[in-house]
Design a protein around this ligand. Structure first.
Ligand code: FA5
Length: 342
C-alpha cells in the first residue's frame, strides 16, 4: 500500500507541474480529492491493512491528502491572482483616449415655440384645453356652421377615415366642446395637430399645428379680439411688430378676419416665404357666429365671443428665418441641432 501511496504522489506531482489554469486546477481537485479519487480508495483499502501497519499507513494517506490540498489551495490563489491581472491588463483603460461624446436631446423647434406661445397666453388669463386629433364631421364642420355639401368645406381639404370620422382640419373642433362643457366666462386655448389633404409647398403642409383661442363673456367686442391678438404678437415677437387684419370668410365667425404679420425674414422687402408681399398669413379669427353659440347652448343675446386659430409652423418660420415648412418634418439633425438645447 505504501508503494501505491508513493505512486499516487508522483502522479500528482506530474499533473501539478502541468497545471496552469484554474480550470485544470479544478479537474485536479476532483481527480485526487473527489469521492471516486485515489485518496478515497486508499482510505477504503486501509480496512484491509494489518492492525500493526494501519496507523502508519493512515498517517501516510492523511499526509498525502493534506499536502495535495495545501498545494492545490496555494496554486489556486496564485492562479486567480494571475488571471485577474491578465483580465485587468486586457481591459486596461487608456486615459489619454478622447472621451465618448454624449449628444444632448433638444426640443423640436415647433414644440419650443408652442411652449412659448402657451406660456404667454396662460399669463394673459387663458387656460389650456385639449381636443381630439381624430374627430367627427359634426365637431369639425357641422356644429361650426358648415352644413353637409356646403362649398365652404372646400376651404379645408379633408382626410376622411369614413363618412363620419376624419382627421381634424383645424383646432376649431374644440369650440363646441368647450361651450357644451363650460359656462361663460370662457377663456381657453387649445393647441394641437391639424391635417389637410393639400399640396405640400414651402409654406403649407399636410400636417401642421394650430393654437385655438376662445373667449366668451358679456360684451366681448371686436376691438377685444384685435387688441388681444396684437398684444399677443408683440409679446411673442417684439413691441413694434406690424400686425395686419383683413376681412375673411369662415362660416363660424361673423365678421371673420385673416391675420398677417410683417415678414421678419425680408423685413417687408419681399421673399419666397412671404410670396414677395412682405406679409405672412398666420391666423384666422373673428367674432363667434350667433348660430355657433346657440349650437353650443349659449344665448347669443346675452353673450358674445371671439375665436382665433394660429398657425404655429409659420410663426416658428418667422421667428427663426426658416424658409421651408418641410424642414420641420424631415428630421435632418443638421437643421434640428441649430435650435437651443432644452
Ligand atoms: C382655420 O383653420 C380656422 N379654423 C381659423 C379660425 C379659428 C378662424 C377661429 C376663425 C375663428 P385657416 O385655414 O386660415 O383657418 O388656418 C389658420 C392658420 O393655420 C393659417 O393662417 C396658417 O397659419 C395655418 N395653416 C393653415 N393651413 C396650413 C397648412 N396647410 N400648412 C401650414 N399651416 C397652415
Amino acid at each position: 500500500m505504501q508503494t501505491h501511496i508513493e505512486t499516487i504522489q508522483k502522479e500528482f506531482e506530474e499533473d501539478f507541474k502541468n497545471c496552469f489554469s484554474s480550470a485544470t486546477l479544478e479537474s485536479l481537485k476532483i481527480k485526487y480529492l473527489g469521492k471516486k479519487g485515489p485518496i478515497q480508495d486508499l482510505m477504503k483499502g486501509l480496512k484491509e491493512a494489518s492492525g500493526e501497519d494501519r496507523p502508519k499507513l493512515g498517517k501516510s494517506i492523511n499526509d498525502l491528502k493534506v499536502s495535495i490540498e495545501a498545494k492545490l489551495t496555494e496554486l489556486g490563489r496564485s492562479l486567480i491572482a494571475r488571471e485577474e491581472q491578465q483580465k485587468l491588463l486586457a481591459e486596461k483603460i487608456d486615459e489619454t483616449l478622447p472621451g465618448k461624446k454624449r449628444f444632448q436631446g433638444r426640443k423640436h423647434p415647433v414644440n419650443g415655440t408652442l411652449d412659448e406661445i402657451i406660456n404667454i397666453l396662460i399669463a394673459m388669463g387663458f387656460t389650456v384645453e385639449q381636443g381630439p386629433d381624430i374627430d367627427t364631421d359634426y365637431y369639425n364642420f357641422e356644429v361650426l356652421n358648415f352644413p353637409p355639401e356646403h362649398p365652404a368645406r372646400d376651404m379645408q381639404d379633408t382626410f376622411y377615415i369614413n363618412k363620419e370620422v376624419l382627421l381634424r382640419t383645424h383646432t376649431s373642433n374644440i369650440q363646441a366642446r368647450v361651450m357644451e362643457s363650460q359656462k361663460p366666462p370662457i377663456r381657453i386655448i387649445a393647441p394641437g395637430k391639424c391635417f389637410r389633404n393639400e399640396a405640400v409647398t414651402s409654406r403649407s403642409h399636410v400636417f401642421f399645428h394650430q393654437v385655438e383661442a376662445v373667449y366668451i363673456d358679456k360684451n366681448v367686442s371686436f376691438s377685444d379680439l384685435m387688441g388681444t391678438l396684437t398684444d399677443f404678437m408683440q409679446k411673442l415677437f417684439y413691441k413694434d411688430i406690424k400686425v395686419r387684419f383683413w376681412p375673411n370668410y369662415f362660416p363660424f365667425v361673423e365678421p371673420g378676419l385673416q391675420v398677417d404679420i410683417h415678414c421678419l425674414n425680408c423685413k417687408g422687402s419681399g421673399c419666397t416665404l412671404c410670396k414677395h408681399t412682405g406679409w405672412l398669413e398666420v391666423a384666422g379669427a373673428g367674432m363667434i357666429h350667433p348660430e355657433v353659440l346657440k349650437n353650443g347652448g349659449i344665448d347669443p343675446e346675452e353673450y358674445s365671443g371671439f375665436a382665433w386659430g394660429l398657425g404655429i409652423e409659420r410663426l416658428v418660420m418667422l421667428k427663426n428665418g426658416i424658409k421651408d415648412i418641410r424642414l420641420f418634418t424631415e428630421n435632418d439633425i443638421r437643421f434640428l441641432n441649430q435650435f437651443s438645447a432644452i
